[in-house]
Ligand binder design. Sequence first.
Ligand code: NAG
Ligand code: NAG
Ligand code: NAG
Ligand code: NAG
Ligand code: NAG
Length: 324
Amino acid sequence: MSSMRSHKLVLFFAISCLLLQEKCTDASVCKESERKALLEFQHSLQAMDSSGDGVLSFWVGEECCLWNGVYCNRFTGYVEKLHLGYQSVVVAGTVSPSLLKLHHLTSLDFSSNDFNGSLIPEFFGSLKKLKLLDLSNANFRGPIPPLLGNLSMLETLRLGGNGRVFSVGKLEWLSHLSRLKEVDLSFTNLSNANGWSLIINHLPLLQKLNLRDCDLPSISSFSVSLTNSSTSLNTLDLSHNNLPSSAIYPWLFNVSSNLVSLDLSSNQLKGPIPDAFGNMLAIQELYLSDNLFILAENQVRGDSGLNEIGKLPDINILDLGEFF
Ligand SMILES: *[C@@H]1O[C@H](CO)[C@@H](O)[C@H](O)[C@H]1NC(C)=O
Ligand SMILES: *[C@@H]1O[C@H](CO)[C@@H](O)[C@H](O)[C@H]1NC(C)=O
Ligand SMILES: *[C@@H]1O[C@H](CO)[C@@H](O)[C@H](O)[C@H]1NC(C)=O
Ligand SMILES: *[C@@H]1O[C@H](CO)[C@@H](O)[C@H](O)[C@H]1NC(C)=O
Ligand SMILES: *[C@@H]1O[C@H](CO)[C@@H](O)[C@H](O)[C@H]1NC(C)=O
């Protein structure tokens, strides 16, 4: 009889969780195996306050789902997100592979920490369910592990702002991540990433691409078909790469139909500004400063297609630099 009643109680509890959308603490009791994995991870790092002394013990207590930066599924209790970005702690050490025991992890954010120049762990490539991986501005160093190409669910990849991170060769691994919507590799060293534009063309859902200051190699082969070019791109930053016109234009004008923001500043773009910029009907922000442009005769007269740019419906920012 009493067991019957407790069944009813549990059922009532489960239903009110569903109906009231409350945080059902009972249902989200941290899994012991995951709690251990998180503690192992914590011990593999040294978390300090920003002054660099006093070691913080940032996770204490039994209920790991309530720990800072840990987010569990409300119903199953499994850890789904680990967000340690902007925790204002300095983290040093080598990330423990114990994170692999978090089988339901979909989101890993270590941005704006200080990993003191440690390598991006290869095992991140085995966190198969990840949709978001954000390691930006976290002082990582060394090669981008091509194993990241195994993260087939990934939608957001941010490795930007790690000046000592580089690509060993081409970005071939990136082409396997067909669900990507956002890629930020800004300030990493991609000088070996030949054919990067073709790789980008393999990402049909890509909306935001940031390759600022990556020492990008010029696009060498124009013979390859551009028919599958991504037209989903709306935000593109190729600034500070010293790329010549020939390296950018053939590709750019094939992917630019939906661009809202385009930054090409600080490259080696020469000659008259192509009228094709006037065809970017969605553009709101266009940065072209610090290049080697000259004005064509009709542009001086004011009857070139370029003059259409300023008349585009949504343009907010048009930065042509001091030259103009
Ligand atoms: C950071 O790295 C430097 C150089 O490898 C090392 O000497 C130093 O001990 C590291 N700091 C911490 C807190 O681990
Ligand atoms: C990467 O994925 C491939 C194909 O699914 C698999 O054979 C390989 O073992 C994976 N590598 C790692 C390190 O998970
Ligand atoms: C970028 O990496 C290449 C080789 O991977 C190296 O030769 C070059 O010096 C690096 N550039 C910078 C600015 O560190
Ligand atoms: C373009 O897409 C088609 C169909 O998805 C595919 O068969 C073809 O290989 C792709 N071409 C290129 C150059 O990627
Ligand atoms: C797109 O690429 C093709 C093939 O290289 C080229 O012929 C065409 O002019 C490009 N389109 C634009 C708008 O530049």
